[in-house]
Write a protein that binds this ligand. Structure first.
Ligand code: GDP
Length: 465
């Protein structure tokens, strides 16, 4: 497996060789075994539905103790050190003798459990494992949007990427029905589990995009959908019940470009320009097997130039740290130069050179989806799943959602100022705070929470006025 973000480089590690050894020795197998065996951790392998929810990311740092400690209480097993025990760690001037030490639930993974010589351990070297354990327990979620003209191989590629059949119930429209077709937004969700790690994958599709005779502004429903998810999240995190927010924000949009045109079409430019401030766009050159290698290179170069020319901001891969190892840097460079990813999709397994591979069988030969010499499928999958999934989520949260939130707050503030000025003129004692109307169809409980929150905000703004 190619390296993800590399482990902390040696100068970040404590100089003590025991800690270093512990960090190096802690692999997933041991961790999973611990998670299985640890008393009280049954919920890890038999999760209840309620544990399988996406949790809001804390946008602003809180002054209290980190979330890591607050939220992990339910995992506490009978042998977990009690507060009084931990008090002892911190108040003791010298480390306790091994027999007096509280038993660690980490067993042999815990440097605290090491030999008599290792007296200087406090135990914080287990922090990465605690974070790992908590994340594994909670599971991960990711929302991927696919957009582009129909027939470019979007569904085939999604199925090939995640080895699932997400489009079982898809109904394809005939030419006549498509003439006036409007863009729909559909969602497919699937829970995937791999080596004990669960991923809730949501695919947002845009059937009908670019299909009608007149495609003017057909990006609008897509932009509205993305904004609605931000709005919902904004309302939820401003409400009282922030614990169980369902996060449906779109983390990445794979935008499919036809291999048959000469670079970008006006529709592609319009779509990407309208969406690039809202979502991480990753451009894809579809059906690369219909092009020769020089054609692929030429088209890629042209598309890159046009993206630059039209000021489109597609997803930018973060720069490597300077202390990253050389292989990782090369891999990162290759990834950046592959944009737009030229891909081939297939849901068929064929026999090539005595091996069974996912590919497309033609009279003149076989194209293999996972052969890096044939297309960028593996690079795309590596980027999306193995190396940049978390970064895509971070950019969504820290850039796209923050932009939306800032705009919302700005327009709310403008409304307040306008309202205040109006009230001054009419000499009314107005402190009304105009919160955007509750969307129609909101259930009474949500309405009540929103009303309570509105009143809180009014009180704060009234107090300042
Ligand atoms: P969508 O409408 O964009 O979801 O496209 P589909 O995934 O339904 O694919 C449309 C047609 O293109 C199907 O017949 C696929 O078998 C075919 N197809 C999908 N991916 C590729 C590809 O990479 N190369 C070629 N040549 N055909 C493909």
């Amino acid at each position: 497996m190619p390296p993800t973000h590399s482990p902390p480089s040696s100068h970040h590690l404590p100089s003590n060789p025991q800690i270093k050894r512990f960090l190096e020795a802690t692999d997933d197998t041991e961790l999973n075994k611990f998670v299985k065996d640890f008393p009280g951790s049954e919920s890890c392998h038999q999760p209840e539905a309620k544990t399988w929810v996406s949790r809001p990311q804390v946008l602003e740092p809180k002054p209290q103790a980190p979330d890591l400690y607050q939220d992990d209480l339910e995992f506490k097993g009978p042998s977990w050190p009690q507060p009084s025990d931990s008090q002892q760690y911190f108040s003791a001037s010298a480390p306790l003798s091994p027999s007096a030490r509280p038993r660690s639930p980490w067993g042999k993974l815990d440097p605290y459990d090491s030999s008599e010589d290792d007296k200087e351990y406090v135990g914080f070297a287990t922090l990465p494992n605690q974070v790992h354990r908590k994340s594994v327990k909670k599971g991960f979620d990711f929302t991927l949007m696919v957009a582009g003209e129909s027939g470019l191989g979007k569904s085939t590629l999604v199925n090939s990427l995640f080895l699932t059949d997400l489009y079982r119930d898809r109904k394809l429209l005939g030419a006549e029905e498509r003439i006036m077709q409007t863009v729909e937004i559909t969602k497919h969700a699937v829970d995937i589990e791999e080596k004990g790690v669960r991923l809730r994958l949501t695919i947002v599709d845009t059937p009908g995009f670019g299909d009608a005779v007149n495609n003017t502004e057909c990006w609008k429903p897509v932009a509205e959908y993305i904004d609605q998810q931000f709005e919902q999240y904004f309302r939820d995190e401003s409400g009282l019940n922030r614990k169980n927010i369902q996060d449906n924000r779109v983390h990445c949009c794979l935008y499919f470009i036809s291999p048959f045109g000469h670079g970008l079409r006006p529709l592609d430019v319009e779509f990407m320009k309208a969406l690039h401030q809202r979502v991480n766009i990753v451009p894809i050159l579809a059906k690369a097997d219909t092009l020769t290698p020089p054609e692929v290179e030429r088209k890629k170069r042209k598309i890159r130039e046009e993206i630059e020319h039209f000021g489109i901001k597609v997803y930018q891969f973060p720069d490597c740290d300077s202390d990253e190892d050389e292989d990782f840097k090369l891999q990162d460079q290759a990834l950046k130069e592959s944009i737009p990813f030229a891909v081939i999709g297939s849901n068929t397994v064929v026999e090539a050179r005595g091996r069974r591979v996912r590919g497309r069988l033609y009279p003149w030969g076989i194209v293999e989806v996972e052969n890096p010499g044939h297309c960028d499928f593996v690079k795309l999958r590596t980027m999306l799943v193995r190396t940049h999934m978390q970064d895509l989520k971070d950019v969504t949260r820290e850039t796209h959602y923050e932009n939306y939130r800032a705009q919302c707050i700005q327009s709310m503030t403008r409304l307040v100022v306008k309202e205040r000025n109006r009230n001054k003129l009419t000499r009314e004692s107005g402190t009304d705070f105009p919160i955007p109307a509750v969307p129609p169809g909101t259930d009474p409980e949500t309405e009540r929470l929103i009303r309570e929150k509105d009143e809180e905000v009014r009180a704060v703004w009234g107090g300042r006025g």
